[in-house]
Ligand binder design. Structure first.
Ligand SMILES: O=C(O)CCC(=O)C(=O)O
Ligand SMILES: [Fe+2]
Length: 284
C-alpha cells in the first residue's frame, strides 16, 4: 500500500509501497501532491528499464534535453548518465564527472530562458558511503531575508550562464561554451503552490541587472551567505532503486562529491521542462 512520510524538518518526502510501472493517473496524484508539498521526494525500491523511467518521468511533464551532450545516453538522448567514465585514459579522475553537481548549491537550468521545472534521478549504483545529495528550500530562504534585501531586490533580475566554473564547463562541447546570459527575477511565485521563493544560483549568476558592478557583487555575496537556512535542509542518502525528483523552482541542491572515487555511483537523470511557463519541449 502506498505510504508517504516526511524525511526532513521542512522538505523531503518518502514514498513507499508502490511500483511506478503500474501507476494509473489516480495512483500518481498523491505522489505529485507529495512532491509539491515536500519539494524533493524519493520513491523507494524501484526496478526500472530506461523506457519505464522515461514513461514515469513524463507524468511530471515533457522531458527537455540537457545541454551536456557528452554525457547523454548514446541511444536515449533524453537521459543523462551520471557517474560513468570517471577516469581518463591515463587513469586520472575527471573532476567534472566525479564532482558533477558538487561545486556548490545550485538550481538546474537557470542558464535557460525557461529553467527546468524538475530534475529526476534514478539510482543504479550507490557507493558504500558518502555520495549524498543535499537540498535546501528557497521558500525558507526568501522568508528569512532581511526586509532591506526584500525591498532592494523586489522586481530585480539576475543574469545567469551555464556555469562560472571552468571545470563544470568541461561537460559542454567546446562549441557550446559561449553562453549568452539570461535574466530571471530573483523572487518568484511558484505557479502551483502560490508560495514566494528566492531564485538564485551563486555558481551561475554573473550580475544583478541594473546594479553597479560593486553593488551587484556585494548583493550576490550576501545572498550566497543567506540562502541556506538551517532547518531548510534535507540530505538524501541514496539506495539503489531510489527515484528522487526535486523542484528546481523552489529548491537548490548539490552533490556531496565525497564518495570513494573507485566505487560506482551511477544515476540516470532527466530534466523536466516547464511547459506551462513557455519552454519549448527542447527537441533538438
Ligand atoms: O549527483 C547528484 O547528487 C546531483 C547532481 C546534480 O546536481 C544534478 O543532477 O543536477
Ligand atoms: Fe544539479
Amino acid at each position: 500500500m502506498l505510504q508517504i512520510r516526511s524525511m526532513g524538518p521542512n522538505i523531503g518526502g518518502e514514498v513507499t509501497g508502490v511500483d511506478v510501472k503500474q501507476l494509473d493517473d489516480d495512483g500518481f496524484a498523491p505522489i505529485y501532491a507529495a512532491w509539491l508539498k515536500y519539494g524533493v521526494t524519493v520513491v523507494r525500491d524501484q526496478q526500472l528499464e530506461i523506457d519505464d523511467f522515461l514513461r514515469y518521468s513524463r507524468r511530471f511533464g515533457d522531458i527537455a534535453l540537457h545541454p551536456s551532450k557528452s554525457t547523454r545516453h548514446p541511444d536515449y538522448p533524453e537521459i543523462t548518465v551520471l557517474g560513468t567514465d570517471k577516469f581518463d585514459s591515463d587513469g586520472k579522475l575527471i573532476e567534472a564527472v566525479y564532482r558533477r553537481g558538487g561545486f556548490g548549491f545550485h538550481t538546474d537550468g537557470a542558464y535557460d530562458e525557461v529553467p527546468f521545472k524538475a530534475t529526476q534521478l534514478y539510482a543504479l549504483a550507490v557507493p558504500s558511503h558518502g555520495g549524498n545529495t543535499h537540498f535546501a528550500s528557497m521558500y525558507m530562504a526568501y522568508d528569512a531575508l532581511p526586509d532591506r534585501l526584500k525591498s532592494l531586490l523586489e522586481g530585480r533580475k539576475g543574469a545567469y550562464i551555464y556555469s562560472s566554473s571552468k571545470v563544470a564547463q568541461e561537460l559542454l562541447n567546446e562549441e557550446d561554451r559561449d553562453w549568452t546570459p539570461v535574466l530571471h527575477p530573483l523572487f518568484r511565485t511558484h505557479r502551483e503552490t502560490g508560495r514566494m521563493s528566492l531564485y538564485f544560483d551563486p555558481g551561475k549568476i554573473v550580475y544583478i541587472d541594473g546594479f553597479e558592478k560593486q553593488q551587484s557583487a556585494d548583493v550576490i555575496a550576501e545572498l550566497a551567505e543567506l540562502m541556506i537556512q538551517p532547518d531548510a535542509e534535507y540530505s538524501h542518502e541514496w539506495r539503489a532503486g531510489d527515484i528522487v525528483i526535486w523542484d528546481n523552482r523552489c529548491l537548490v541542491h548539490k552533490a556531496a562529491g565525497d564518495y570513494p572515487p573507485e566505487e560506482d555511483r551511477i544515476h540516470w537523470r532527466v530534466s523536466i521542462a516547464d511547459l506551462a511557463a513557455g519552454s519549448r519541449a527542447a527537441a533538438e
